[in-house]
Ligand binder design. Structure first.
Ligand SMILES: [Zn+2]
Length: 98
């Protein structure tokens, strides 16, 4: 799952691991605990989107409608979480990652 995990930043889609690498490049390998906490929750949200996509592919129409609605909600949360994460890094650590 980790390999196909990706997210969206200002420049467009990016692998999750590449985004974390970019953050470490700017903030240092030993990330602050608050950044780690946000990244951890954010990764779960992004993994949930993949779980939903897999479930949509094998579900019946009625179940699929339910899952699709949850996936779209998660995609909204993922976008908000990315914004909040990069805003915190910028305001608290004065570092612009992207
Ligand atoms: Zn990559």
């Amino acid at each position: 799952m980790e390999g196909q995990l990706f997210t969206f930043v200002k420049g467009g889609p990016i692998h999750w691991s590449c985004m974390v690498g970019k953050i470490k490049e700017r903030l240092g390998n030993n990330l602050p605990v608050d950044v780690v906490a946000l990244l951890d929750l954010n990764r779960h949200i992004h993994e949930g989107i993949l779980v939903a996509k897999d479930a949509e592919a094998i579900s019946s129409e009625d179940a699929r409608a339910i899952i699709t609605a949850r996936r779209k909600a998660l995609e909204g949360e993922a976008a908000k979480m990315n914004n909040d994460l990069f805003r915190l890094i910028e305001t608290k650590y004065q570092i612009r990652v992207f």
